[in-house]
Design a protein around this ligand. Structure first.
Ligand code: 13P
Length: 310
């Protein structure tokens, strides 16, 4: 938690949030794609894997998840006895929506021998149909834990599937989904950015297209990108992921320069959460995210397998 705003309205809101948080015994988790002022009031910020680990082990009674719906659902599956709040109920994920459960069910029927690995960016029902979950930080590790002779149905992100298949050397059948924010980044955008900043290293998220990943110096989760930039001596970086990541990158590395691979890499859903909505959530204990018990129990198996392997 690190909010040092000079804006009096924001200051007042932050004060109210902190006092309400204490009253409720709540913890605030924020993904690094969240607006900067939300990341600054969070107890923990990070990538999907780190936040799900925090959700699984927190002692807090209430989890305020500043992210998108699948993240809050994952927290609820991992900690079903907790009150999980998503301050904006309409914060969804178009990638998760590209794998509707009925279509996933029929694909699984077509491929009875395949091991089903679903990216955490999927609905709770899709997770419940899966053998394993994974995040962008551990997809390769999860795939490598599956015997090489097995076919893997990987959903819903085809770009992450491609990256995982190449790295893990596994036979992967990709689901034809993609994250619109990452998929919009083209090879031409990257070549242009590299020409403008010839000294900069290119760091991208594996949800980017394969031809973009081919040009990268490093491919990793948002946490991986932050760690790479913080630990590497290079002074300039071109970043190929959602622009919210510039907040921790700049904060942790005031002497380094960061340039977006494309100014258009903005996830509108991630930007729906505001300080006012976080306060409302804490005051009213809503919007509440719950997952039906049967789905939650089945999804938990796939999530726990991931957590054990990682
Ligand atoms: P991370 O696994 O890096 O948090 O990525 C999450 C995500 O939603 C990317 O679009």
């Amino acid at each position: 938690m690190n909010n040092k705003t000079d804006n009096p309205t924001e200051k007042k809101l932050v004060k109210e949030i902190l006092s309400m948080k204490k009253k409720r015994g709540a913890v605030i988790l924020a993904h690094v794609y969240q607006p900067g002022e939300i990341q600054d009031i969070a107890d923990f910020t990070g990538d999907s894997l780190f936040l799900s680990q925090q959700a699984a082990k927190t002692q807090a009674k209430v989890i305020v998840f500043c992210g998108v719906r699948f993240m809050a659902e994952t927290a609820s599956i991992l900690s079903p006895e907790k009150i999980v709040l998503l301050p904006e109920i309409n914060a969804g994920c178009p990638l998760a929506d590209m794998a509707p459960s009925e279509k996933v069910k029929s694909k699984i029927k077509e491929l009875p021998e395949a091991v089903v690995v679903s990216y955490v960016n999927s609905s709770a029902v899709v997770k419940s149909l899966s053998d394993y979950c994974c995040t962008s930080a551990n997809a390769v590790q999860i795939a490598q834990s599956i015997p090489a002779e097995k076919e893997i149905l990987f959903l819903p992100d085809m770009n992450l599937a491609d990256f995982t298949a190449k790295k893990a050397k596994r036979k992967i059948i990709p689901w034809p989904g993609f994250c619109p924010t990452h998929h919009l980044l083209t090879r031409e955008d990257v070549i242009k950015a590299k020409k403008l900043h010839p000294q900069a290293l290119l760091l991208v998220h594996p949800e980017c297209r394969p031809e973009v990943c081919d040009l990268a110096d490093y491919i990793g989760s948002t946490r991986g990108i932050i760690e790479f930039a913080s630990n590497n001596p290079a002074k300039e970086y071109i970043i190929g992921t959602e622009l919210g990541i510039f907040h921790p990158l700049k904060k942790n590395n005031p002497n380094k320069k960061f340039f977006p691979a494309s100014e258009n890499m903005i996830c509108r859903n991630m930007k729906l959460i505001t300080l006012e909505k976080v306060l409302y959530s804490l005051q009213n204990l809503e919007p509440l995210i719950t997952v039906p018990e049967e789905i939650s129990k089945k999804s938990l198996k796939a999530l726990n397998r991931m957590i054990e392997i990682t």
